[in-house]
Structures are given as C-alpha cells and as structure tokens.
Write a new protein. Structure first.
Lengths: 257, 412
C-alpha cells in the first residue's frame, strides 16, 4: 500500500515537471510536421509518417525515462526529503519500488498521449482507416516495455551514482543493447570469442528485441507468430526489470544514509 | 532488511536468470521477421560498382542507428532521384543496396535497382551491359524473399528482366505465374502469364491460361452485376481482351500448323567485317518479312553467364559481352537484307576484348518475332527452313542460327 502511495506522489510530482511537457509538445509538433516530410517518398508517404512517428515515440520516451530515472533518488537525497520519508514507517524497498512505479506510470501516460496524436494523424492521412492505425499501438506497447528495462537500469545506477554518471552509463547501455553489437561476433570461428560474445548477448539487456517498427511501417508484410513474439518480449522485460529492481533494492538497503 | 529476506531476493534474482536466457533464445530466431536486413553495425559494408567500400553520410548513419531506419531509407531514395536526373547511374545502385539494407520492404527500390542494372548500364550505341543481368536477377530474388506475398517484385523479375531483357521465357512464365497467384495481383498479370507461355512454346498451358482469364473475369462480373461497379468495369475489360486473345490464339494455331505444308527457305547468310579497331559491320540476307529481327550475341568464346546465389557486384569485368536483342534491338531485315555497323571504340570498359577467341551468334527466333513476321514463320518456325543454318536443338522450336568464331585480330 505504501508503495502505491509513493508511486501516486511520484506521478503527481512528475506530471508537474515542465520539462516533460516540453518533451511532449515537441514530440507532438514533430509528429504533426512529419506530414511535410512525407513528400520525400514517392508512393511511400505513410512509410515516412509512420517511421518518423514511431522513431519520435521511441526517442522522446527514452529522454523522459532518463530524466525521470536518474533523478528519482538523487533529488530526494539532495532535498533531504528522503530522510523524512524513511523516518516514517516506510521501508526502503517500498520507497524504491514506489518511485519506480510512479516514474513508469508517468512514462506510460506520456507515451499514450503522444500515441494518441500519432494515431490520429495516421488515421487522418489514411482516410480514417482506424483499424490500420490502431495497430500502431503495438509499437507503443513494445516501446513502453523497452523503456521499462531502461528505467530499471537507471534505477540501479541511481542508487550509487550521481545523475550525470547515471545519464551516461544508462545511455551507453541503451546504445549497446540496441545495436546488436554482439551478433556478428557470436558467429566467430574462434571458440573463446564466440563463447564470450554469446554470454554477453544473453547478459546485456537486448533493447533491440523491441524494435518492431518495420512491421508496423509495412503492415502488408506477413508475420507468423506475431502475438507470441510480443508476449515473450513482455515477459522478458518484466523478468529482466525484476532482476534489476532486486539488485537496486539490495544496493539501496546497504547504502549508508 | 533481514538477512533471510536478502538471501531470498538474491535467490529469486539468480533463479530468474536462466528464464531470461531462455526467453532471449526464443526471441532470437523470431527477430528476423521484425527486423529484416539488420546485420549489426559494421557487419555490412556497402560497395560501389567498382567494388570499393562506400561510406554512409554521418547524419544518415546516426539517423539509422537511433531508430529512423525507414526515414533514412526514404531520404536516400530522394538522393537517388537526383542522381537519376543527372544520369549518374553508377552512384544510384550502391545507394539502392544501402536502402534495401535499411528497409528491405521498400518494394519500389528493388524494382528500380534491378531496372537500373539491367537497362541503364549501356554503351554509346544504347546496348545494355548484359553482365549486370545476373546481379539484377539476384537483387530481385532477394527482394522476393524479403517480401513474401508481394507480387510487384515477382512481376518485375518475370516481365522486365526475363521476358523483356534476358528473353528467357521459361523463367518469365514461372515468375509471372507466381506473381499472378499473389493476393495483391490483378487481372492484367494473368494475361502476361498466357503471353509468356506462348513465347515459351507451352501452347496448351497458354490456352488453359486464357480460359482461366475468361472464367475468372466472368466470376467477378457475376458477383458484381451492376455495370457501373468498378469491379465489373475492370473484369469486363479483362474478359474482352482475354476472349479476343484466345480467339486469335486459336486462329493462329490452325494457321501456323498449315505453314508446315509449304515452308519458306530463309536462305540465311551473314558475315562480320572489321572496318577499323573496335569497329565492325555485320551484314547479310534473310528471306524474311521487313521488320524481322536478327539477334546478335558476341562474347568471349568460353564465356558462361554466372549464376548468383546472392546479390553481388562481382561480375567478370574482363569478359566482353555484346548483346543486341530484345523488343527494341537486334538487326532489322529490310528488303531481304540486314546491315549494322558496331562502333565499340568508345566503350572499352564494357567491351575490353582481353581474350583471343570470340564467338558471334546471329539468330532469328520466330517466338520473339513480331506478328507480321509470324504470318510467314509461324510461332515455332513451322513455316521456315534453311539449308545451312536451321537450328532444331531446342525441342519444338525451329530457328535460324549462324555461329561465327572470331579471333581478336578480326575485331581489334
């Protein structure tokens, strides 16, 4: 119960942050402006609009996650409010989980708002074909679960690093996990190299699993086991985030304050 | 937190790790469907037609990496258009390779890329560089495998490349039939299949295809009986064209069979005369109607067209391959004679003439002939004969072919 109260407070506080609304307004404006970019692609107007929209959701979502994730604990410590909270009957793990939950709820709300603008625009451009546009929500869901993992990474680092260090560390992990850098090396002929990169592939969070834009941009492409893929990815994000949160809780419990 | 709780949490975290690995193992094989063409940063090096690596502009690379792959592909496609307007075809094709890597579902890009390869690399006499036909085919086959169920690429492969350029009607019929069976296909493609069967000499299949065209059009007309309905309008057009073509087909069948009773001796003769270095003239006579075309193929004596399993620029640049054939090419017969001067002196890159032995094939194929010629020759050469150069090596086809073996000194 305490966790949810903290989550609610975190959500309220986050929604009052101007920076997040600036992100939202900028993203919404760029999504709308993507219509003017569409002239670049002959017969592919919707390709550009969909691609730009999904790309913006992903990038702005990432920025929101980073801004929220790196400041969750540090701001409380800076303001010394954490001591007041923890002096009450609130356990450290409840505080940490509440903060994380509140941040993720904020992210979800922002993503849904941006998606509404995006889906409305796509529907308008496709002669009010709601059925085709609503499919894009799959992209929003996948982006959310990708960012859930990013948020968890930021949460772990926020326990024992400064916001600046956290920003760069989380961003670096996001880039590494998104680029499939290990993929080519996993097919190396050198056994040791192959083993190392295979282990790395399974150890680092594979954010690129959630890049399903191409399917949403080209809805005519036939995909088998689509729902299955999404379900496995959701499970992966939940499990990976759980492990990261456990690490964060254990580290937070040990921290001297 | 109590020690027991800590241990429990550590235990849970460790227990979840195998589950995470298991899920990732389940995800890996499925990812290719959602991220086609993605091979990791640095794993894919784009090369130009001279096999040199090309760099992607930094701003586009960054765009592609942060999730705007399809937008980047779209912007590169615009750049292609600028190169096309400037006639810089060498620059276009590597970009097309790059675009299909970024977004393998841009169907137009495969079609246009293959078209550039097969049609736009030409010599100063407008003859295409046939060494690029196989890369064009390989590019389209890659497009087909990346875009299952999309008929456009299959049609491009069947019609633009095999039917119009390579004049390989067996493969043309195969790919056009595949395209016509896709859900996004339309009536006109069913007719292309029938025409390809005719050209390949599969007349029974052609007749069945015409009947299928008529029946499928009739079915749609019955389902949409309103004369103003767009489905009815399209189907009725298809019905009329198919019925007319079937009538003509059947009339020709009877007419051409009769030609065998009184065959015309083509009296084919041809010579190749060197005029100066890289300049030669092919001339001859053929008792064929005006407008009949003689195909010209000159290449290294041991040249064999390579079959590419995957797309590559790696063509044999030392090979000389001059092909002058196709709907708009070949030598034209006029007044029973043909004559054409080839000046290859400005196209050394395309015709390096590095070997000593060459083979020149001059062919008249009735299956590729216009209607006016077929009245005399028939579909499969039923109405023609030749004392010296009748070639019946292809079952069911009587064509005229003279093969001339040349030395380098005969041409250079």
């Amino acid at each position: 119960m305490t966790t949810f109260v903290i989550a609610g407070n975190t959500l309220g506080e986050a929604l009052r942050k101007k920076i997040l609304w600036i992100f939202f307004i900028a993203a919404a404006a760029m999504i709308v402006l993507s219509v003017s970019f569409s002239q670049f692609s002959f017969r592919g107007e919707m390709t550009i609009i969909r691609s730009l929209g999904l790309g913006l959701l992903s990038i702005v979502g990432l920025l929101i996650t980073l801004v929220l994730g790196i400041n969750l604990i540090s701001v409380e410590m800076e303001r010394k409010t954490i001591y007041t909270i923890l002096s009450k009957p609130v356990r450290r793990y409840e505080f940490l989980l509440g903060k994380f939950l509140g941040a993720m709820m904020t992210l979800l709300i922002q993503l849904l708002l941006m998606s509404t603008v995006f889906i409305f625009l796509v529907t308008w451009k496709s002669n009010w074909d709601w059925k085709g546009s609503i499919e894009l929500l799959k992209g929003t869901v996948m982006i959310f679960f990708q960012l859930l993992m990013v948020g968890s990474v930021a949460m772990v680092f926020s326990v024992f690093t400064t916001p600046v260090v956290n920003f760069f560390t989380t961003s670096a992990i996001y880039i590494v996990g998104n680029l499939d850098l290990t993929d080519p090396m996993m097919h190396s002929k050198l056994a040791l190299q192959k083993m190392f990169y295979t282990a790395l592939h399974y150890a680092i969070p594979n954010f690129s699993n959630y890049n399903i834009q191409n399917k949403l941009i080209h809805p005519e492409v036939a995909i088998t086991g689509e729902f299955n893929y999404y379900a496995i990815n959701v499970a992966y994000a939940v499990l990976y985030s759980s492990v990261l949160l456990i690490i964060a809780v254990l580290a937070f419990e040990k921290r001297d304050m | 937190m109590k020690q027991n709780s800590r241990l429990l949490l550590i235990f849970i975290a460790i227990a979840l790790l195998p589950a995470i690995v298991f899920l990732q193992m389940k995800i890996d094989p499925r990812r290719a469907q959602f991220q086609p063409g993605k091979k990791g940063v640095g794993a894919f090096i784009i090369r130009d037609v001279n096999n040199s690596p090309i760099a992607m502009p930094a701003q586009l690379m960054a765009g592609a990496l942060v999730g705007f792959r399809e937008v980047t592909a779209g912007l590169l496609w615009v750049r292609c258009d600028e190169f096309f307007d400037a006639g810089d075809y060498d620059a276009i094709v590597p970009l097309i390779r790059l675009i299909t890597w970024l977004d393998p579902h841009q169907v137009d890009v495969y079609d246009t890329g293959a078209w550039h390869l097969a049609y736009n690399f030409i010599d100063s006499g407008q003859h295409a560089d046939y060494r690029y036909i196989q890369p064009a085919i390989a590019l389209l086959k890659e497009g087909v495998s990346n875009n299952q169920g999309v008929s456009d690429i299959e049609t491009c492969l069947g019609f633009d490349i095999y039917n119009q350029k390579a004049l390989d009607y067996k493969n043309a019929a195969y790919w056009l039939l595949r395209a016509s069976k896709e859900k996004d296909s339309f009536f006109a493609r069913d007719r292309l299949v029938a025409h390809a069967y005719e050209k390949n000499g599969e007349f029974d299949k052609a007749e069945r295809q015409w009947l299928y065209c008529i029946a499928s059009a009739q079915k749609v007309m019955d389902a949409h009986p309103n004369l103003a309905n767009p489905y009815y309008i399209e189907a009725s057009g298809h019905f009329e064209v198919s019925r007319r073509n079937l009538d003509e087909f059947r009339a020709h069948k009877i007419m051409y069979a009769d030609l065998a009773k009184n065959r015309t001796d083509v009296g084919f003769e041809a010579t190749c005369k060197r005029l100066s270095s890289h300049v030669f003239e092919i001339s001859g006579k053929a008792n064929l109607p005006d407008g009949s075309r003689i195909n010209v193929e000159l290449c290294n004596r041991d040249y064999k067209e390579p079959e590419m399993k995957s797309f590559s620029w790696n063509i044999n640049r030392d090979a000389t391959v001059l092909v002058d054939k196709g709907p708009l090419h070949g030598l034209f017969v006029e007044g029973g004679k043909f004559r054409h001067k080839y000046n290859l002196s400005r196209d050394i890159k395309q015709y390096p003439f590095k070997q000593d032995q060459y083979v020149l094939k001059l062919t008249f194929n009735p299956r590729e002939a216009p209607e006016g010629t077929r009245v005399q020759t028939g579909w499969s050469g039923e109405g023609l004969t030749d004392k010296k150069y009748l070639d019946t090596s292809i079952p069911g086809l009587r064509r005229i072919q003279k093969v001339i073996y040349l030395q380098r000194k005969d041409l250079i």
